[in-house]
Design a protein around this ligand. Structure first.
Ligand SMILES: [Zn+2]
Length: 424
């Protein structure tokens, strides 16, 4: 049988899309040049003045000082060039939950793109980790982003989280019954393994355990054998396991189970972590997502007297401070999607108060998640060969960490998924 040239070309295009995702759209066949007055190659490297980044398709092909980078003939200039370039950020604690995201497979693409911009990409997130949502709905959303229909970041998800038996926490009360009814509460290790397998087989990227959940009169705890079985199965599949700890006993339970990441520090707990617990956490490479802004948000919601709030926030800031100072890995995350206030500025300010330098915060957004996901050779730094995940800021975060949220453009795998200019 004879194929026409156009048939072969079409087949090649289909193959390209199947193999690499939709970021290889036609407009990415030519090189794209992005310029920044200051270029942060990586948190542990001196920034470069007058930096240039050249992208081709979904990859960075060159990056460095202006006079060292050769611009390919016919390259286009990006409209995103601006004051500061850094690697695209990862928000490691988000949720695609609530009415706004329902029926994500069918909603008009432009509505979803706008919602994603408002919650995520206008703040520089080129990758997000969804740590509990209606799995199939989130996977439908991800598929549309990957096809290029919806402008959005790379979405990693745990799908449906696991709760202790009869253990849906009180703070999820406001969600509709139909959603709460699908949340798994496995009663045995075997049942937990089954839930983990179903999630991962469906396309989830990890497992989330609500290891200790507040009930009206007590904290319900996931039996240790169930947590361990879920963690072991997740690791057997090469994925990460993340836990919501609630309190110090919950941190210990997470360590005992072999958990990789804590979804929050122990918010609202005034006592410091015992030294031995902190040492064990650092030794076992536990990562912590602080979510410090969430603390204030929740206390306000619960009408805690304003005088008490700073004391509780200071205690949580101190947990993060001592853990980070001991060498513990911090991953940036905000809990947006659960939290309806999307602005991350306060989170950056509180992380700085916990003693993190601007470059340590940049690491929590870039190189730390890349390393945690074993993708350090692929993303997290602005270098040739890396994924073209980039953020352009209007001001330098080294002078004020609030500038991390002054985002001009977000680029995920070569595609400009947010541009402040387009919004005007
Ligand atoms: Zn959350």
């Amino acid at each position: 049988m004879n194929f026409s040239l156009s048939q072969i070309a079409r087949a090649a295009l289909v193959f390209t899309i199947a193999a690499h995702g939709p970021v290889q759209a036609a407009d990415q066949s030519e090189a794209l040049v992005l310029r920044g007055a200051k270029l942060y190659v990586a948190p542990d490297r001196a920034p470069i003045a007058d930096g240039v980044v050249v992208m081709l398709g979904n990859k960075i092909v060159a990056a460095g000082a202006k006079d060292t980078v050769k611009i390919p003939a016919g390259a286009r200039e990006s409209q995103c060039s601006g004051p500061v370039i850094a690697a695209g950020f990862q928000n490691s604690h988000v949720h695609f939950i609530g009415d706004a995201w329902n029926n994500a497979g069918k909603q008009p693409a432009q509505d979803l793109s706008k919602r994603i911009a408002d919650m995520l990409t206008r703040y520089g997130y080129a990758t997000v980790f969804d740590i509990a949502s209606d799995r199939d709905n989130t996977l439908a959303l991800r598929a549309r982003v990957e096809r290029g229909e919806v402008a959005g970041p790379r979405i990693l998800t745990v799908g449906l989280p696991l709760f202790p038996p009869n253990g849906i926490p009180i703070y999820l009360d406001h969600f509709p019954r139909e959603f709460l009814n699908i949340l798994p509460q496995p009663a045995t290790p075997e049942a937990a393994v089954k839930v983990v397998r179903e999630n991962l087989d469906a396309g989830a990227d990890g497992t989330k355990l609500f290891i200790a959940t507040p009930q009206p009169k007590e904290i319900r705890r996931m039996p240790a054998a169930i947590a361990r079985a879920a963690a072991d199965e997740t690791h057997r599949r090469g994925k990460l396991i993340i836990a919501h700890p609630t309190d110090i006993q919950g941190v210990q339970a997470a360590l005992d189970a072999g958990v990789d990441i804590l979804a929050h520090t122990t918010l609202g707990v005034e006592t410091p972590w015992p030294d031995e617990l902190r040492r064990e956490a650092v030794r076992k490479n536990l990562s912590v997502i602080p979510t410090l802004k969430l603390m204030e948000y929740e206390l306000k919601k619960e009408n805690v007297p304003p005088a008490v709030v700073p004391r509780l926030v200071a205690a949580s800031v101190d947990h993060v401070k001592t853990f980070a100072a001991a060498g513990g890995q911090i991953l940036f995350g905000t809990d947006v999607g659960y939290m309806s206030d999307f602005d991350p500025t306060e989170e950056y300010v509180l992380m700085a108060r916990a003693g993190l330098t601007p470059m340590q915060i940049l690491a929590s957004l870039t190189t730390a998640p890349a390393a945690r996901w074993k993708e350090g050779d692929r993303r997290g730094r602005v270098e040739a060969g890396m994924d073209a995940d980039l953020v352009v800021l209007d001001a330098d975060p080294a002078t004020d960490v609030a500038n991390f949220s002054k985002v001009r453009c977000t680029i995920s795998r070569g595609r400009t998924i947010y541009s402040a200019q387009d919004k005007k």
